[in-house]
Ligand binder design. Sequence first.
Ligand code: FAD
Length: 291
Amino acid sequence: MVPRRFEYLSPRTVGEALAMLKQHGDQAKILAGGMSLIPVMKLRLASPSFLIDIGRISELDYLTEAGNSILIGALTNHHEIEISPVIRKRLPILAETASWIGDPQVRNRGTIGGSLTHSDPSGDWGAAMLAVRGEMRITGEGERVVKADDFFLDTFTSAVTPTELLREIIVPIPGPNSGGAYTKLERKAGDFATAAVAAQVTIDQKGACTYAGIGLTALGPTNIRAKRAEDALLGKSMTERVIEDAAAAASEDAQPMSDPLRGSAEYRKKMAGVFTGRALRLAMDRARGGA
Ligand code: FAD
């Protein structure tokens, strides 16, 4: 399939990109890595008249530690996050999440900003952002910061409006005795998730859970936060029994649909529990300084 004709625009600054968005409104689309947008255009599910390629805006491509946060420019690609020493040291769950996305070609082209804005419920970044309480800095007429909890409005609909740009992802650095894990069930290497779970925990000196973040992928109309599962952990010692209870709660929190390729809703709900249990055991081991 071939996309409809469009005019290609190549801004060099965020200001230029925003001016183009303002000028062309919903006739225009931002192009980042193109890993989701180009297939959609080839299928003619989207036919923008103007394509605003932000790929040459270097001020959107960075990854840095600032105070108690990690700041990630929207144009940072999945591979850069996977291999970043800052991420591996401070927020290894994000490196692990990146490693599960597609294949090396996709990871080298696709960007975290594109993935989050695309808001595919099967996208891996959304669950990780919910688990670590990430925030998105969005720029348009003004600037606003939106919590991950409020970012995923619906299937393929994020809080970024057609005249705005996702500029930066802000992630708080977890304190000591924290650990995280991203576990994913896929039909074959490089596939989108059948079910996947991001889990981030912090434990105190006595082993009680003081922070729990659990995000689900491909288990609802958007990436969703498994709040009942988090509540099942908070304040408790993370024994096998408590983890099993949290896994059962995550299964309840999940709202998957049946899919001819990836299994029935019932199967995926069950997998939500299995993969939450696996993610929590790994996260707990890592919080204790193990695996
Ligand atoms: P684009 O395709 O360029 O854009 C996507 C959408 O976001 C468009 O609507 C665009 O206008 C908008 N947009 C992009 N950047 C911005 C911005 N900064 N501000 C505002 N709007 C913006 N994803 C997974 O999570 N897991 C997988 O396992 C996975 N497997 C894949 C396998 C294949 C074969 C392919 C082709 C893709 C796969 N993906 C997977 C999707 C991949 O992660 C994409 O990189 C990602 O969904 C979109 O990022 P992008 O930079 O390519 O965005």
